[in-house]
Design a protein around this ligand. Structure first.
Ligand SMILES: NC(=O)C1=CN([C@@H]2O[C@H](COP(=O)(O)OP(=O)(O)OC[C@H]3O[C@@H](n4cnc5c(N)ncnc54)[C@H](O)[C@@H]3O)[C@@H](O)[C@H]2O)[C@H](O)CC1
Length: 492
């Protein structure tokens, strides 16, 4: 099932719709019930009461609802709350009092004074945070983090977001709750997925609230498609498929000292199902698999100028290790208007506006910064916006690589699931370029090829990590592509 990624503004818009339909209170009730279940899970096997911190806004309301459900389940709760500023939060505070749960005034001293607890729920601030933490909330967060820092071993569940963490950014301010786990409400936020912010969240689970799907689609900034959805898009071979119809890939790349990059792309293309893969280069390329073909050219530019766009199932992957002539060759390739993956040295600002609907750009954050003429930090602070801007400026479909990768197309964004930190090593991007070219050559539309190809690569990385552990090579990952394919689409 597709998951959604919301910005804080998207959640506010969703809440306005829910409120107008009289559903916001029910959403808070669902959020609180899911939070109670997640807190019980986090506290499993640990003695002591459950402590819940509630801010004045709706995030605090979620914590107060959770406290009521935990009390109803017979658990001892300790609730520290700021005065309610949201009407539903105020109402849930009254309901808590009505069932006999005493609420203490939130303060740093009160957080410090609690006896050992089984686990904490952080419901101080969610998507409504603005600026650095202030007042009693800042003191309470410092006191909470200090208990964990002093080795209490008390785990912390953040409700929706660790308090103080802005929803929309990958960077994190100095003071936020450091969560053990986070329960994302309704959908993910960029902070759950990217950079240092994601590290403050710990592992993130999703609590879907009963939001009409059309409203979620309208207000979300991006989606996270499921493996089942992606697997359904992958091409199927039939008994009559032969190597000429399975898709041809031409890899154009390599130069002195950079011979491995196109070879890795070729391996990626073969392992992702291309029927015929040829490496074109001015350099003498290694053949890591004898099934690859290679053609050495005295002058790649002259060769491309002589070639004609081909009617058969051909896709290009161009740029890996190619050197300074890459943008000129990319310009010719783009003029052919055939399925094309542009990577590495082909990712240059002079190609702005030349992308077409069958072309994929695959920058990592450094290349994205070059294309956008900004800093790498600006790209990594907000990868969703960076990918969207790249797509608007360059056309076609953009794959902004990272952990996770973002796919941007005209009118949409998606974020890939999974992958493994060990995939941060040489050749991974080359392999991905080959995978994407193979999927394009097999006839997939460029957006679906990008989304499915990125996930296939990430899944292969997860499998390779299970076999080889931390230090993954691109070859390890390529070798797992067949298994990853079966994981997504079922046996072929
Ligand atoms: N559709 C959903 O997903 C639902 C989510 N729910 C929860 O609602 C919060 C968002 O609630 P909101 O009232 O908009 O904001 P917060 O509770 O996060 O905070 C508002 C509160 O905080 C004060 N404040 C803001 N910045 C600071 C700061 N830097 N220092 C101190 N205090 C600050 C501000 O004055 C307000 O009083 C979402 O995260 C979910 O948890 C709903 O329960 C159901 C629908």
């Amino acid at each position: 099932m597709t998951e959604h990624v919301f910005t804080a503004a998207g959640i506010r818009a969703l809440d306005v719709r829910l409120d107008a339909a009289g559903l916001l209170e029910l959403a808070m009730e669902e959020a609180g019930r899911a939070s109670a279940a997640a807190l019980l899970d986090l506290a499993a096997g640990r003695p002591g009461p459950l402590a819940l911190l509630a801010g004045g806004g709706a995030n605090g309301g979620d914590a107060l609802v959770a406290a009521r459900h935990l009390h109803a389940a017979g658990r001892e709760v300790q609730v520290l709350a700021a005065p309610g500023t949201h009407p539903l939060t105020q109402r849930n505070r009254e309901r808590l009092a009505a069932v006999g749960v005493e609420v203490q005034r939130l303060s740093a001293a009160a957080v410090r004074a609690l006896p050992p607890v089984a686990a904490w729920a952080d419901g101080l601030l969610g998507t409504g945070v603005s600026g650095e933490l202030r007042g009693e909330l800042a003191g309470a967060v410092q006191a909470l983090n200090a208990r964990a820092g002093q080795g209490s071993g008390e785990p912390v569940l953040a409700l929706d977001l660790p308090s103080g963490l802005p929803a929309d950014r990958a960077s994190a301010p100095p003071l936020t709750v450091q969560a053990t786990r986070t329960l994302a409400l309704s959908g993910y936020k960029p902070a759950h997925l990217f950079g240092e912010a994601a590290e403050r969240c710990g592992p993130v689970a999703l609590a879907r609230l009963a939001v009409p799907p059309a409203w979620a689609d309208a207000e979300a900034k991006a989606t996270r498609p499921s493996d089942t959805e992606l697997g359904a898009w992958l091409p199927r071979r039939t008994a009559s498929t032969h190597k000429g119809t399975a898709g041809r890939v031409w890899v154009v790349g390599g130069s002195a000292g950079m011979e491995g990059a196109p070879a890795m792309a070729g391996v990626g293309a073969l392992r992702a199902g291309a029927g015929l893969v040829t490496l074109h280069s001015e350099a003498e390329l290694p053949l890591p698999m004898p099934e690859l073909m290679r053609t050495r050219h005295a002058d790649l530019g002259a060769w491309l100028a002589r070639e004609q766009p081909r009617p058969d199932a051909l896709a290009l992957a161009l740029g890996m290790g190619l050197g300074p002539q890459a943008p000129a060759l990319a310009r010719v390739a783009l003029s052919w208007n055939i399925p094309t993956v542009l990577d590495a040295d082909a990712l240059q600002p002079e190609l702005s506006g030349l992308g077409h609907s069958r072309c994929l750009w695959t920058p990592h954050p450094g290349e994205a910064a070059r294309l956008l003429e900004c800093t790498v930090a600006e790209v990594t602070a907000d990868p969703l916006s960076a990918a969207a801007t790249l797509q608007q400026r360059y056309g076609g479909v953009v794959v902004l690589k990272g952990g996770p990768s973002v796919v941007a197309w005209a009118g949409g964004l998606s974020v890939s699931r999974g992958g493994h930190p060990g995939m941060a090593s040489a050749g991974m991007g080359d392999t991905l370029a080959g995978i994407l070219a193979a999927l394009l050559a097999a006839g997939m539309d460029s957006r679906q090829a990008a989304q499915a190809g990125v996930r296939l690569h990430a899944r292969a990385g997860e499998r390779a990590a299970q076999r080889f552990g931390y230090g993954l090579s691109a070859s390890d990952v390529a070798a797992e592509l067949g298994g990853a394919w079966a994981d997504l689409s079922g046996p072929v």
